[in-house]
Design a protein around this ligand. Structure first.
Ligand SMILES: [Fe+2]
Length: 241
């Protein structure tokens, strides 16, 4: 399917707005008690609401004044090399199309409900962005080394996509892959999955699958903990390649 490479706001259909509202309302109802306060604060900062598909121009001007990040529209998920190259210049690659009503619960490729609803709010969080930029800088140093990129992909997967954070002694969600998924949101805090305290070596040597609900999640104490671990990530990565 041909996907848009620029966001033309007037092209969104009534169904698009209905899909956004349905997904937004359904996820917020589950997320409010179990998502990280960082995400809830960030959602207010970027001013996402159920009745309006985010306009990338508005998002970019908001982020510009806070962290300097902005969105770069891509038609589909970016190849890892391109993805990290954009990240290192504070550009997050995002799709601007939405799934249909028939695909509410599952689509094979990320759409803007994942890329924008789940990822973008935290791009207004300075500590989160510092880690995000740091991990992409390490990736760029090894951009032509397939093994290194695959291993860094594990760090990315277990943090940015499927990370949990401890807040006031309770586990909360900050990973975008969880935030945008109805099934994963209900599953991740249950006893059906293992919770592992953040540990660089364990993360780098733990494989994952993309086609099932996760069976293990890594728990951080703060985004600063992730940032502070960057030298260790670089060091341990270089021992493995
Ligand atoms: Fe993602």
């Amino acid at each position: 399917m041909i996907r848009p490479t620029t966001q033309i706001y007037s092209n969104y259909t009534i169904e698009d707005f209905q899909v956004w509202k349905t997904l937004f309302d359904r996820q917020m109802e589950i997320l409010i008690p179990i998502v990280s306060k960082n995400y809830l604060d960030a959602l207010k900062t970027v001013n996402f609401t159920n009745d309006r598909i985010p306009d990338f121009n508005d998002v970019n001007s908001t982020l510009k004044n806070i962290t300097g990040w902005n969105l770069h529209v891509v038609p589909n998920i970016s190849p890892q090399k391109e993805f990290f190259e954009f990240l290192s210049v504070k550009k997050f690659t995002a799709t601007c199309w939405l799934r249909t009503f028939n695909q509410l619960d599952y689509i094979e490729e990320p759409d803007m409900f994942h890329d924008v609803f789940a990822h973008v709010p935290l791009l207004s969080n300075e500590a989160y962005c510092n880690f995000f930029k740091g991990i992409s800088d390490i990736a760029l140093e090894h951009i032509n080394d397939t093994k290194a990129i695959e291993l860094l992909g594990r760090i990315y997967w277990f943090t940015i996509e499927f990370g949990l954070i401890r807040e006031n002694n309770a586990l909360k969600i900050y990973g975008a892959g969880i935030i945008s998924s109805n099934g994963e949101t209900k599953h991740c805090l249950s006893d059906a999955s293992e919770k592992i305290n953040f540990d660089v070596k364990t993360m780098l040597t733990t494989d994952f699958r993309t086609d099932i609900l996760q069976d293990k999640y890594f728990v951080i104490e703060s985004f600063d903990q992730l940032y502070d671990a960057l030298p260790e990530i670089k060091n341990e990565l270089e021992k493995l390649i």
